[in-house]
Design a protein around this ligand. Structure first.
Ligand SMILES: [Zn+2]
Length: 405
């Protein structure tokens, strides 16, 4: 297991949680350690790993500026999972009042093989009300040798009385750049050669969870050997792009509804997952919008596609606010009933082009704008009529489709 092998052994190896590890390291170095910590945050962001580092640092006999040595007897015992005084409980399976009562009965006894007893309660939000009450009493007056680390992915389910007894740390999703850096380091150490774009794709797929990212890297390498291409990585992750999503994005910024509908129909006939195809199109349009606004994201996986769509968008005088509205129209398309049905995508495309429009020229004149000078009223009137004209085209298009033309 690659993840187990590269699980951080010290605070300095925990990725993307600098705000937490710096504080913890300082507290441990100066001996100002709280008796109860609450680690909250998404899965795979390092809560349990950090808790075990804290457990080692609390018991290490050769602590260096808050970092455990990982060599002394206590450190080794914890690393091997053999320390009796690091008590790890999964609150998902030990959630009742009896489990916490048992914990309370034993907590008074002095530690047996370490200096300090450390209780790690994972998924603590799963405890029952009775168990929380029993735990609260323990947290109010813990014996000097006992330390608690509670971890949860769902902070809102933890009672405020418990939260107020703990020093709280919120773990964040790990930024893609930090994940790529760590994945690159692990790849180098393992002798893998994965292109940067491939590592970025893995990071994106892992959604800020370092553990998931490393597991995905392992899966990719298991399938494509040590030197996968970017295409291999995308295929392994199920992230192969359909070029037609770029064509659809282009058609939409050009307000070419006929082409957009033809693409949607064609993709559906090929049995492509329309929801996924729509998401791809949204990704390109979102990056297009950013590029039009001058807020480029070169690290985005659809940057290149957007770079090809953005010039067309500018050329057609795109209105960023309306493009944003159009993107949200696409995002609202609901494919839950039938992921192969193109109709929600078609309706979203039609609304985007006909309903809101993406061109600056078809923007309605705000009421607060003073009356235009006489010589320009013709242009304004023409602008106001455009959506109607397009509406007629749309009707014609639909009737042509009905008659099989
Ligand atoms: Zn040590």
């Amino acid at each position: 297991m690659l993840y187990g092998k590269w699980r951080p052994r010290g605070f300095d190896e925990v990725v993307g949680q600098e705000h937490i590890v710096t504080t913890l390291r300082n507290a441990l170095a100066t001996g100002q350690v709280a008796h109860a910590y609450l680690f909250s945050g998404p899965r795979g962001t390092g809560k349990t790993t950090t808790a075990r580092i804290v457990a080692r640092a609390l018991n290490c006999i050769d602590l260096h500026q808050g970092e455990p040595c990982n060599r002394c007897g206590p450190c080794q015992a914890i690393l091997k999972g053999a320390a009796l005084d690091l008590i790890e409980m999964d609150a998902a399976s030990n959630r009742g009042i009896d489990d916490i009562r048992e914990l309370r009965e034993k907590i008074a006894f002095a530690p047996s093989d370490l200096q300090r007893k450390v209780y790690l309660l994972d998924e603590v939000h799963m405890l029952t009300d009775g168990a929380f009450n029993a735990l609260l009493k323990t947290l109010e007056e813990p014996p000097p040798h006992a330390f608690f680390i509670l971890a949860t992915t769902e902070l809102h389910k933890v009672p405020a009385t418990i939260i107020s007894r703990c020093q709280r740390y919120d773990f964040h999703r790990v930024p893609n750049s930090a994940m790529v850096e760590r994945l690159r380091f692990i790849s180098e150490q393992e002798g893998f050669s994965v292109p940067g774009e491939g590592l970025l794709a893995i990071a994106i797929q892992a959604r800020g969870g370092m553990r998931d990212a490393i597991t995905l890297l392992e899966q990719v390498v298991a399938r494509y050997r040590a030197a996968p291409s970017t295409e291999d990585v995308l295929a392994a992750l199920g992230m192969v792009h359909d070029d037609r999503s770029e064509a659809l994005a282009l058609a939409l910024v050009q307000e070419d509804l006929a082409s957009a509908l033809a693409l949607a129909r064609q993709v559906a006939e090929d049995g492509v997952d329309i929801a996924r195809f729509t998401r791809e199109t949204i990704d390109i349009l979102r990056d297009t919008l950013l590029q039009v606004l001058g807020a480029d994201r070169p690290e985005s996986p659809r940057h290149d596609a957007a770079a090809r769509v953005a010039p067309a968008a500018r050329e057609h005088g795109i209105n960023p606010a309306r493009l944003a509205a159009g993107i949200s129209e696409l995002a609202r398309a609901d494919f839950r009933l039938d992921p192969t049905n193109p109709v929600p995508l078609e309706i979203a495309c039609a609304t985007m082009v006909l309903g809101t429009g993406v061109l600056a020229a078809s923007a309605p004149v705000p009421a607060a704008v003073p009356a235009a000078p006489a010589h320009s009223t013709g242009a304004v009137a023409a602008g106001l009529q455009r959506p109607m004209v397009r509406g007629l085209q749309w009707q014609r298009l639909r009737s042509r489709e009905r008659s099989g033309g």
